[in-house]
Ligand binder design. Structure first.
Ligand SMILES: Cc1cc2nc3c(=O)[nH]c(=O)nc-3n(C[C@H](O)[C@H](O)[C@H](O)COP(=O)(O)OP(=O)(O)OC[C@H]3O[C@@H](n4cnc5c(N)ncnc54)[C@H](O)[C@@H]3O)c2cc1C
Length: 464
């Protein structure tokens, strides 16, 4: 049976891309490290069209690679080598279906960019708190499928904490209508959680009901220079003790990291970007941050600090952090990691990494930044000056960093997921029991293994 003509009949002439030039941007991942051909890229507009595509693919044993904004840092949304695959793009499923202020929730289709959800919430006087450097491109379905975090997890939780309900197309083409808006619903297994963070391997998310929060009326933002990771941790703990959940952001950057994001207005070996938010305008988060910083400067925990005095100054401080991933890419890229460790082991993790790289990979440059308050650091290794990324022994470096995090009680993948690039970590660190359960779930949800093959679960031979 001819697959592509049937697909074109289903979606219309503009709903399918088949030429190599048209497919190219959808086949390559954000970092340009994975690039394999797909048969075509399909652009459904409704859940029922997604369902029809799945039925067509099942009939002809064609795998489906769901793709949102294609900003995955682990090449989760692009094809693998050697299997006939269709990229199913959610770009045209980009409608906000409803916004319910009484229930404080919004129903958005999978292809709505996160920034559009943030804007719709802000226009209604609410906050949608999932925010990170790629949120202009990353979409609702992609962010749910990776359980994305970002800079405000500290106070609001990650994507999982925002999802109230989901609409999902299953592997037989049926549609699970789970779009409820109930904060409480203990009616057996909470199925939505199986699709969150599943990276498109169990079902295709077509819409989500997301939680909205009260919008802060006053925000104080500060960039603080500190002498060490220990001091940064001490400062974080003292702000946290004083501000509690009002501390909505706490990002860590070494001097090397911040230099990739721009020019910092002060010089220090390490930096914290802090933000305290308040629901009332007269709650004066600025005074609170000043009080903490005064004490920290006195006792030496902080070396220097600037507090943003306007929205524009706040934006430029935030840009220093947000520009780091792009800056790193333009500077030649890095062997990237996304580890988390218990907060009590953060300083140990940084110190042990510095020793490890100095001893085993001399000359390599360390780019360490991330969500300190969540125990999540991006520990990226750049080649020595004048050398290329390809010269590095990537598997050895990654195994060493990920094993170090795991040995300190941490995780080898805190927020970016597994995709293609973290499969070796799964094989090395996930327990046989956990992998066996994941394989049983996969078989139960997708017996023909047509949803995003080659992602998330390592091949069985890699384990034991
Ligand atoms: C500059 C930059 C900064 C970033 N910062 C952060 C950060 O601070 N915190 C963080 O957590 N992440 C961050 N990320 C990575 C983040 O995980 C992704 O950007 C985002 O969550 C993926 O959304 P997407 O729409 O681009 O999905 P894609 O990259 O297209 O896909 C991601 C995964 O979801 C699957 N998928 C996509 N849509 C669907 C769907 N509708 N149904 C089922 N499966 C689907 C794909 O198959 C793939 O496995 C960053 C990325 C970049 C490029």
């Amino acid at each position: 049976m001819p697959f592509l003509p049937d697909l074109c009949d289903l979606l219309g002439e503009h709903g399918v891309l088949t030429s190599p030039e048209d497919r190219a941007p959808y086949e390559r991942d954000w970092r340009g490290l994975s690039n394999h051909p797909a048969m075509a890229v399909a652009f459904p507009k409704t859940a029922s069209q997604v369902s029809d595509i799945v039925k067509l693919c099942v009939a002809q044993s064609i795998a489906i690679v769901p793709q949102g904004g294609n900003t995955s840092l682990v090449a989760g949304g692009v094809p693998i080598a050697g299997t006939p695959q269709l990229i199913l793009s959610f770009n045209r499923m980009n409608t906000i279906r409803s916004l319910d202020l009484a229930a404080d929730c919004i129903i958005a289709e999978a292809g709505v960019p996160l920034a559009a959800v943030q804007n719709a919430a802000a226009d209604a006087g609410r906050l949608f708190p999932i925010s990170f450097a790629a949120d202009g491109s990353a979409q609702v379905g992609g962010a749910i499928s990776t359980n994305a975090g970002g800079v405000q997890v500290l106070s609001y939780g990650n994507m999982r904490a925002q999802v109230l309900g989901l609409e999902v197309v299953l592997a037989d083409g049926s549609i699970w209508h789970g779009l409820n808006a109930l904060p409480k619903d203990n009616t057996g297994y909470d199925l939505k959680h199986l699709f969150i963070g599943a990276e498109g391997t169990l079902g295709l998310i077509t819409a989500a009901c997301l939680r909205l929060h009260p919008a802060p009326r006053a925000i104080a933002t500060a960039l603080v220079g500190t002498g060490s990771t220990e001091n940064a941790m001490t400062l974080f703990q003292s702000v946290r003790r004083l501000a509690g959940p009002a501390l909505t952001l706490c990002e860590f950057m070494t001097a090397e990291a911040i230099a990739l994001g721009g020019t910092a207005p002060l010089k220090a070996p390490a930096y914290l970007l802090l933000e305290i938010s308040a629901l009332e305008e007269d709650a004066a988060p600025q005074a609170l941050i000043e009080r903490v910083l005064e004490k920290a400067l006195e006792d030496g925990t902080a070396l220097d600090a600037v507090i943003a005095q306007s929205a524009r100054e706040r934006e430029s401080l935030m840009a220093l952090r947000e520009n780091i991933p792009e800056g790193e890419l333009h500077a030649g890229g890095a062997v990237k990691h996304d580890i988390s460790v218990p907060l009590s082991r953060m300083a140990d993790m940084v110190a042990a990494t510095q020793t490890l790289i100095a001893q085993n990979h001399p000359g390599c440059r360390l780019n360490i930044f991330g969500h300190l308050g969540d125990g999540n650091l991006h520990i990226n290794i750049r080649p020595p000056e004048g050398r290329r990324l390809a010269d590095l022994n990537k598997p050895a470096i990654t195994d060493a960093i990920e094993s170090l995090a795991v040995s300190l009680g941490g995780s080898f993948s805190a927020e970016h997921g597994i995709g293609q690039f973290r499969l070796s970590g799964m094989a090395a660190h996930k327990s046989p029991e956990a992998l066996a359960l994941m394989r049983r779930l996969k078989t139960a949800f997708d017996p023909a293994c047509l949803f995003n093959p080659g992602k998330t679960i390592p091949p069985e031979s890699n384990h034991d």
